[in-house]
Ligand binder design. Structure first.
Ligand code: PEP
Ligand code: MN
Length: 279
């Protein structure tokens, strides 16, 4: 009963009977929700012009369709690297100029939405912000596609209610991103909820992608989770890669080298082909 009530309240996020998949376009070349799986690659954080441009070139070579990189970083400790902020946005724009890859980057504060929208092609709402309702309303009022990560403690229903905030504010371009949830298991950073991909492809019309990097927390397991995500029906992957992972200022342990990123992509292409999709 409670579920039915909430479902009604998140009417825009749930799939109506017969409703086709929503396609979310980014720039003129990228489309989430179609037959082609969208690969997004790049570092956790923008650290320098050379780091972001060289990483962007490497992921583009491997087949990435978009570049990721945080300019504002939501760090657990206030003493950890918080991102280059405005300077990071300028570097992302330069990397886009060099590679032609559209950019997705996180916006943490409702007051920064305008500033980030002026540069980014897609706005990322991070796990920790999934229930920051003023922020959701603000990106809902923007005209940029939104990549909405699942919170580490949110149910699918709560996550779709968060998407509803954006949709109800007038922005229909929402892509959901499963990135692992907190469970009793501690062997990995989080537990990738592959089942959520299958459920979401059924109950919502919105594209669903997977971030295997923050789920694994360890570069050795990222490719396996990426392959599983494609097999489960994900419409895309968001994967952290760094030209020199050992030097990364955040999420070093889970960042793939350009070679590992290429290898993961090749494996995912085979899985995609097996289910009649391309990457
Ligand atoms: C990120 O993408 O670097 C990030 C901080 O992810 P999440 O919000 O999923 O933790
Ligand atoms: Mn990260």
């Amino acid at each position: 009963m409670a579920a039915a009530h909430s479902k009604k309240k998140a009417a825009l996020a749930y799939r109506r009977p017969g409703q086709p998949n929503t396609l979310v376009e980014v720039g003129s070349h990228v489309c989430f929700g179609g037959e082609k799986i969208v690969l997004i690659g790049g570092p956790c954080a923008v650290e320098s012009q050379k780091q972001i441009t060289d990483t962007a070139k490497a992921v583009a070579k491997a087949g990435a369709a978009m570049l990721r990189g945080g300019a504002w970083k939501p760090r657990t400790s206030p003493y950890d690297f918080q991102g280059l902020k405005e300077e990071g946005l300028v570097m992302l724009a330069e990397a886009r100029k060099v590679t032609d890859l559209p950019i997705v980057t996180e916006v943490l504060d409702p007051r920064d939405v305008e500033k980030v929208s002026a540069v980014a092609d897609m706005l990322q709402i991070g796990s920790r912000s999934v229930q920051n309702f003023p922020l959701l309303r603000e990106v809902g009022a923007s005209n940029k596609p939104v990549l909405l990560k699942r919170g580490m403690m949110t149910t699918i229903e709560e996550w779709l209610a968060a998407a509803e905030y954006i949709l109800a504010a007038g922005n229909s371009q929402v892509v959901l991103c499963e990135r692992g949830i907190r469970t009793f298991e501690t062997a990995l950073r989080n537990t990738l909820d592959v089942g959520a991909v299958a459920v979401l492809k059924h109950i919502t019309h919105l594209p669903v992608i997977v971030d295997p990097s923050h789920a694994a927390g360890d570069f050795r397991y990222v490719a396996a989770l990426a392959r599983a995500a494609i097999a489960a029906g994900a419409d895309g992957l968001l994967v952290e890669s760094h030209w020199r992972p050992a030097e990364a200022l955040s999420d070093a342990c889970q960042s793939l080298t350009p070679e590992q990123f290429q290898e993961m992509t090749d494996q995912c292409r085979s899985v995609a082909a097996a289910i009649g999709r391309t990457l």
